[in-house]
Design a binder for this molecule. Sequence first.
Ligand code: AMP
Ligand code: MG
Length: 425
Amino acid sequence: MKSTPASPALLGYDEAAALVAERATRLAKFRRPVESVALADALGRVLARPLAADLDQPPFSRSTRDGYACRAAEASAHTPLSIAGTTRAGLAPSGPLPLHAAWEIMTGAPVPSGADAVIMLEHVEATAGRVRLLPPRTVERGENIVAQGAQAHAGDRLLPAGTRIHSAQIALAASCGCESLPVFARPRVAILATGDELVSVASVPAPGQIRNSNAPMLAAMVAEAGGEPIVLPTAADTPSALDVALAQAADADLLLITGGVSAGKFDLVEPALLRAGARFHFTGIRIQPGKPLVFGELPRTRTGSHTPTIPIFGLPGNPVSSAVTFLLFAAPVLAALTGSLESAPRFALARMAPHASRHGKPGLTRFLPAHCNFSAPPGQLPEVAFVPWHGSGDLAALARSNCFLVIPEDAHNLEPGAIVRILLP
Ligand code: AMP
Ligand code: MG
């Protein structure tokens, strides 16, 4: 089943990743539909138009401290300034500041015109309506003031289209008065689990059966990555069941299939994809877990989607293999389809924990479930250790991990203290 005439030798991880990135870049170029969503529903979506400031930010020169607004050149320890007024946050700009005077001001309040600095409350002595700088304090022009428009001027572009919306972007949009935001429509990701042994979550498996955990896992991964998961009915390991199932994915923007891509007698996914007209980019790669991964594209038989083909991944059925191959290869394609400028997959550096060591498998890049302690002391890399596991079916190990430790093809042995790459979920 694994014989695709065009690919006699399997690609290594880097080559496969480059190929997927190239296809993702091409898919990202097609114009995707735009919709408007309420700000409260925008989390995880992708901005379809730049976000512009409606007003200067800040809209008035603002004090960043509780204290006294003054002219820096007039502030001294010897000549007290008389207090000419008080402004708290929420009041309109007051002033102007008379000569040789200070103005009591609260954090967030508008600075009176004429003032060019705010002295912190803690740095003055205030008595009988007058205030003097406490030695050895000095005050510089501009201190503790954010000038009107310092962050942005009205009309300035604050965020480009393609920005993924997290909490900070929601706050910024709120500050600009956006009750709704234009976002790209979420790509529809069809998820098809295959296997005669699969039963639903609600069933008690009979001998030889297992519950379908890949579909809910992938639905969650797709939703987290900004896609709209569409879980198709589970397909049996027969050619006709697979043909029917593939036809149901005709409207999808991306198709994820799990199971049925190994070299076994009932691994029928590749032939079914070929019958549906698929072109394969690869049908296996030199990684573990995940070696049987299939990547290709199906011709689009129905109009209504923005891409001319449907990218497809045939993920190996073992849950850890499915998770790893999704993160490494499906996530970048999905990111491109969402219109996001964020790149996937995400890697970081870490240090192997004491006592942790592992032999590599020559010729295979490995991605093994691991746990990284991200609260590293300053100046040190976070420490990562393998999660004990019993192979790529070990879902409990996957659920106890928070990253995957990358063992390069050519690494014979990873020693404690070695600097390693980790793949982040
Ligand atoms: P396959 O890739 O079809 O050869 O399946 C490899 C292993 O993954 C087998 O032990 C399957 O039972 C298991 N498996 C396949 N699909 C799923 C699924 N949807 N959920 C959980 N385990 C699965
Ligand atoms: Mg199977």
